[in-house]
Design a protein around this ligand. Structure first.
Ligand SMILES: Nc1nc2c(ncn2[C@@H]2O[C@H](COP(=O)(O)OP(=O)(O)OP(=O)(O)O)[C@@H](O)[C@H]2O)c(=O)[nH]1
Ligand SMILES: [Mg+2]
Length: 349
C-alpha cells in the first residue's frame, strides 16, 4: 500500500498563504460594463477582491486539512508508526484549530460584502477591502505556528516506506551498530543507506527490494532495514527503537537477526543474546515465521568469539551464516537462504 502520507504536500506558512490570496485578489477583475456608474464599479471591484481573497484562503486551508489522512482509519502498521513519529493528539488539535477559522473567514466575507453594498462613495470601497485584508491577515497570522508544525511533521511522515502487503517482508534486526544496514545494502536495492561507525545511525524504517529467481518465475522480496534495539524493558525503549519493534511485530514475514560476535559494535554478547531471545519469544512464537541468524563482522571475529556465540545460542553450524558485510564476503548464503525460503509461490496475505 502506498504510504498514506505521500500526498501530504508542502504546507505554506501564514505569510505565503496571505501573499497568494491577496495577489490573486488584486489581480482579479470584476465583470462590469464600462459605462456603469463609478460607485457600481467600485462596489463590484472590491467585492470581487474580497471574495477571491477569502475563497482562496478557505480553499487552501481545506486542502491542507484534507491532505492529512485520518490516522485512526489507517492500517495498523501505518497508524502505529505515525503515532511514533508524531504526536497524534497535537496533530488533531492543530487541524481542528485550522478548521475553526473557516467559518470566521466566511462570516467576515458576508459581513463586509453587506457593508460594501451600502457605501455611498467609491473610496469607501477601498477602505472596506483594506479592513477585510487586515482582519484576515491577523487571523491567518495567528495560525502560523500550526501551519509550520504541519509542514514539519510532513517531512517525517512522508519518509514512511510504502509496504506492499502482497509481497513478503524480511526485517533485518539486531542491536545497534552490528551491521544491519550494511547487510541490507549488500542484498537489496537500497544502495543509499547511511552506514556509520556509531550506534543509531539508522533512525527510521528503510525499505529495499530483492528479486528472487524461481524455477518458472521470479518474486520480489521487501528487505527492511530497521534501527537497532537495546536490551532493555519495552517501556524504556525510545521511539527509534519502537519503530523496529513495530516492523517486527506487524510486517515481518521473516526476520534476519544480526549479531556482532566482537566487541566492535559496543554492545556485549549477553545483551545481544537477550535481545534475540526476546524477539523469538515475543515476535516469532504464535506467528509461524522464521528467524535466521547471521554472525556479521567475520573479518574481525576470532574463532573463540564465534564459538562462544554459537555455543551460547545452542546452534549448529548450519543454523547461522557468517558474513563480512563490509566487503560482501559470504553474503551469497543469505541470498541462497532467501531463495530457498521463497522457492514456492507465496500465499497472498
Ligand atoms: N569490519 C567490519 N565492519 C563492519 C561489518 N559490517 C559493518 N561494519 C561496520 O560497522 C559499522 C556499523 O555498520 P552499520 O551497517 O551502520 O550498522 P547498523 O547495525 O545498521 O547500525 P545502526 O543503524 O546504528 O544500528 C560501520 O562502521 C560499518 O562499516 C563487517 O562485516 N566487518
Ligand atoms: Mg543501520
Amino acid at each position: 500500500m502506498k504510504n498514506p502520507f505521500s500526498d501530504f504536500y508542502h504546507v505554506p506558512n501564514a505569510q505565503e498563504l496571505l501573499d497568494i490570496a491577496f495577489n490573486r485578489a488584486m489581480k482579479s477583475s470584476a465583470k462590469v460594463s464600462s459605462n456603469a456608474p463609478i460607485i457600481i464599479k467600485a462596489k463590484k471591484k472590491e467585492a470581487k477582491r474580497i471574495k477571491v481573497a477569502i475563497d482562496e484562503l478557505v480553499e487552501r486551508i481545506l486542502k491542507i486539512i484534507k491532505m492529512v489522512p485520518i490516522i485512526n482509519e489507517l492500517p495498523k502498521f501505518y497508524k502505529e508508526l505515525a503515532s511514533l513519529l508524531v504526536d497524534i493528539d497535537k496533530l488533531k488539535l492543530t487541524l481542528g484549530k485550522l478548521n475553526g477559522i473557516l467559518p470566521i473567514l466566511s462570516k467576515i466575507e458576508r459581513e463586509y460584502l453587506s457593508k460594501l453594498s451600502r457605501i455611498k462613495e467609491p473610496k469607501e470601497g477601498d477602505k472596506i477591502r483594506r479592513a477585510v485584508f487586515g482582519r484576515v491577515s491577523s487571523i491567518i497570522k495567528k495560525q502560523n505556528e500550526n501551519l509550520v508544525y504541519l509542514n514539519n511533521i510532513r517531512g517525517k511522515l512522508k519518509e514512511i516506506p510504502s509496504i506492499d502487503y502482497t509481497l513478503p517482508c524480511i526485517v533485518c534486526s539486531g542491536a545497534p551498530n552490528v551491521g544491519k544496514s550494511s547487510i541490507v545494502k549488500q542484498i537489496s536495492s537500497a544502495k543509499s543507506i547511511l552506514i556509520q561507525e556509531y550506534p543509531f545511525t539508522t533512525k527510521k524504517l528503510i525499505l529495499g527490494h530483492l528479486e528472487i529467481q524461481r524455477r518458472f518465475d521470479s518474486v520480489k522480496l521487501q528487505i527492511m532495514d530497521s534501527p537497532g534495539i537495546l536490551d532493555r524493558p519495552l517501556s524504556e525503549r525510545n521511539n527509534i527503537e519502537m519503530q523496529a519493534i513495530l516492523a517486527l511485530r506487524l510486517i515481518s514475514d521473516l526476520i534476519i537477526f544480526i549479531f556482532d560476535p566482537t566487541p566492535a559494535c559496543g554492545y556485549n554478547i549477553q545483551s545481544q543474546i537477550n535481545l534475540f531471545n526476546e524477539i523469538k519469544r515475543d515476535f516469532i512464537k504464535n506467528r509461524n515465521i522464521q528467524i535466521k541468524v547471521v554472525f556479521n563482522k567475520m573479518d574481525l571475529a576470532s574463532k573463540e568469539e564465534i564459538e562462544y556465540l554459537h555455543n551460547a545460542l545452542g546452534l549448529t553450524k548450519e543454523d547461522y551464516i557468517l558474513t563480512n558485510a563490509l566487503t560482501g564476503e559470504n553474503i551469497e548464503p543469505i541470498l541462497l537462504y532467501l531463495r530457498n525460503q521463497f522457492a514456492e509461490p507465496i500465499k497472498i496475505k
